[in-house]
Each structure stands twice: as C-alpha cells, then as structure tokens.
Design a protein around this ligand. Structure first.
Ligand SMILES: [Zn+2]
Length: 434
C-alpha cells in the first residue's frame, strides 16, 4: 500500500515535470493545459491580455465625478470674482452652469447675494494718484549728474512703491476704473453712474505717466523697456549696474501692481488695475520705432501691440499723454492748431498701435478751458486728467475733468501733508534718498 502510494506520487511528479518542459518549448498551445492543472493568480485569469489602460477603464471608482475638474476651475474663478465685488457676475455664471451646481456653488451664490445686499452707495471723493517710472537703482538715479533733481522731485523708488501699496490696501482703497464712473453714448453725452461699494471702501484710480522709458533715463537706474516673458506675463527688461540683462517683475509699477492684485484680489474692483499714459515722440513702452525703419520698425511696433493687448487683458487702460510733451504745454504758449496737430500725430502713430482710448493725461498736468481743450474732446478724449493734489473733478455733459495727485519726491518729502488722506509719508520715504 505504501509502495503503491510512493510509485503513484513519482508518476504524478514525472507527469507534471513533462508537462512543464513541454510548456517551456511551446507556450502557445499548452496554455490551456497550464491553466487547467496549475492554480494561476487571479490577476492573470482576470486580465489575460490586459494592458494597464484596460485595467483602469475596466474598474472605475463608483464615486468619480466627471465634472470635478470643470467645477473646480469654475469655483476658483468665482472665488476671485467674489473677492473683486463681481456679485451679479458670480450669480449669472452659476445660473449659466446648472450642470456644475453642488453645495459649494450654492454657498457661493448665497455669499454673493449676502455681500451684494451689504453694498452701500458711495458719495465720497473720487481719488486719483499717479506715478512716473520707478527708480530701481537709487544709487544710479541720485548720482548728482544733470538729472538728479528731476528724479528726486518727480520719481519714487521701487522700495517706496512697495511700501505704498499695502498702506493703500489697508486704508480701504480699491483700484477703480472710469468705466464705473461715467459712460458716453453714441452722441458723446455723458451719464454719471452710481457707485456701490462695501462700507468703508474708497475708489482709487492710479495712473503711470510717460511709460516710454526715455533715452535720457538710460543708465540712470530705471528699467529699459516693457516686455512679455516666456510665461506670457508683463515684465521689464532691466540692465543691472553690473551690466547683466534681466527680465523682472519688480522693476516698475505696472508689473508690481499686477503681482500685488494677484495676492490681494480685493484690492481691485472688477479686475481694474490702472492707466498707462504714453507720449509718442520716442515711440512707446521703451521701443523707439521713430528712429527705426523697415523690418526693425515693424518688429518694434508689433511688440508694442502685444504689450498694449497684454495691458488690456490684465485690466489696464491706456491713455494719450500728448505726442510731443513740449514745454509750450506748461507755459501755455501752445496754440490751438499746435494742440490739434500734436493730438492727430499721437492718434496716427501711438493710437494706431494701442487702439481706441478716451483718456487724456495732460503733459505737465496742464489745464486748458478754451479751444485747446475742445481739440482733445473733439478727437474722442472725453476724460481729461490734469494735476492738482486735491483731486476734484468736473462732470461735464460731454467730458469729465479729474485732477490727479502726484506721488513723488515733491509730495513724499516736501509736502507730505498732501498725502495724509492716503498714508503717512514718513513710513514710505526710501532711506536711499540723499
Ligand atoms: Zn509727463
């Protein structure tokens, strides 16, 4: 009995060994035999020819939400809109996407409704401040050469600008746009709009004059020009004191303000940023195409168009700052015909690149009440912005005048009291000012 059992066992072992050897020689036809005699792993029988892709589609998770990515993208966008006071727009977007509705969109809709009900009609001051190009390297600007005093009086440093933004933000100011103040119909008639803001918020328009990066400023510690980097963001080309070329987000007011609003979306009303004002006699944005010809000129103009489009996409407006910025504007000796010619030349050269605008920021902050002002209005410039630190405005039936307060060395150092409604200037002044 025991011997028979042993012999039977040996036979079985031999049989299995033979089968194994045959299967090694010719795997294809013996597949059935192997699967019948051995105990294959469950994975092997479940997916005999399965690729990883087939496994994934064959076993979906029961609670996967095919709309999750789309909803997450909408929620991110809606949260930013909510922060930027776009309550009606948030509600409209949720209504337009019923397929994405869930508890989170319901909560957002409730928040938008609650916040909208708390808005109050604003009847306070319309604030407007302006800057010139920022000084990146004070040691180069304040080097006691011929332009030292100009820079000292009319410019602020990057450090000062970086100190100002949080003070304005904490002070309740919100970046605003004339689109929410006045509209003009097809006949040019003005309608002044009611402004609704959360209690304590104040509308602030910010402008940047002479964003031309003039030749006289080269080598004096300013950016060279504006540019768009490989990520598609607005930056400045900068040459360091060591002579290295950099593309920087921190070399002028516009890219710095873009970053600040990214970090503090509620500093901007409906995405508004500011106004960028251009003359024309040395081109635009640091590209002096007036000195170029042929393909080089075409390329410079194309780059200016890209930069103008990028500004508009980012919530900025562009303005005329005269073509020539000639001294006769400030001595008031300029004639009406000269104003007409100057404005037409700007429209033909700069206007043709940046597109339509109804904003005119006057050179030297000059202010006319005669035919010279009418020359601007007749050419589509409906909002005219001189300089006077009180920032009063005139709401005409065909145009609006709004004075702007200069933020520069004159106000920061010599007349800090003029800035008291915005911030304490003593917290701002750069220690690198001599
Ligand atoms: Zn100017």
């Amino acid at each position: 009995m025991k011997k028979q059992a042993i012999l039977f066992f040996i036979c079985v072992v031999c049989f299995v060994a033979i089968i194994f050897l045959v299967s090694q020689d010719d795997p294809a036809p013996t597949g059935d035999i192997v699967s019948n005699t051995a105990t294959p792993t469950p994975e092997a029988t479940a997916t005999p020819t399965g690729s990883p892709t087939n496994i994934a589609t064959a076993t979906p998770t029961p609670d996967a939400d095919p709309l999750k990515a789309e909803r997450d993208a909408m929620l991110t966008k809606l949260n930013k809109m909510l922060a930027q006071y776009m309550y009606d727009e948030v509600l409209a977007e949720i209504d337009a996407n019923p397929q994405l509705a869930n508890d989170e969109t319901a909560t957002l809709a409730q928040q938008a409704t609650d916040l909208k009900s708390k808005l109050v009609k604003y009847d306070g001051k319309l604030y407007h401040i302006f800057f010139h190009s920022l000084i990146v390297y004070p040691e180069l600007a304040f080097d006691h050469d011929g332009d030292h005093a100009t820079y000292y009086d009319y410019m602020v440093t990057v450090e000062e600008f970086n100190r100002i933004l949080p003070l304005l933000y904490e002070g309740g100011f919100v970046l605003f746009d004339y689109d929410y103040i006045v509209s003009f119909d097809e006949n040019g008639k003005a309608t002044y709009l009611d402004i609704y803001l959360p209690e304590g918020k104040k509308p602030l328009i910010v402008s940047f004059d002479d964003t031309n990066y003039y030749e006289y400023m080269k080598g004096d510690g300013f950016a060279e020009c504006l540019a768009i980097n490989e990520k598609g963001d607005l930056v400045n080309k900068l040459v360091t004191p060591e002579g290295n070329v950099e593309y920087s987000y921190e070399a002028d007011g516009m890219p710095i303000l873009n970053t600040f609003v990214d970090q503090h979306p509620d500093f901007s009303y409906k995405g508004a940023k500011g106004i960028v004002a251009l003359t024309g006699y040395e081109g635009a944005f640091g590209y002096d195409y007036t000195e170029m010809s042929g393909a080089e000129k075409e390329a410079a103009i194309a780059e200016c168009k890209r930069i103008a489009d990028k500004f508009k996409e980012d919530g900025w407006k562009l303005a005329c700052h005269s073509y020539s910025h000639r001294v006769a504007f400030t001595t008031e000796t300029i004639t009406t015909q000269q104003v007409i010619d100057d404005t037409n030349q700007w429209l033909n050269e700069v206007g043709a690149i940046i597109g339509d605008t109804n904003l005119y920021i006057t050179p030297f902050g000059c202010y006319f009440t005669d035919a010279r002002r009418q020359a601007w209005v007749d050419r589509g410039f409906k909002i005219i912005m001189p300089v006077y630190y009180i920032q009063d405005y005139y709401s005409g039936s065909e145009f609006m005048i709004h004075n702007r307060c200069n933020i520069d060395g004159i106000t920061l150092v010599k007349h800090p009291e003029r800035l008291a409604e915005f911030f304490d200037a003593s917290l701002v002044v750069d220690e690198k000012r001599p």
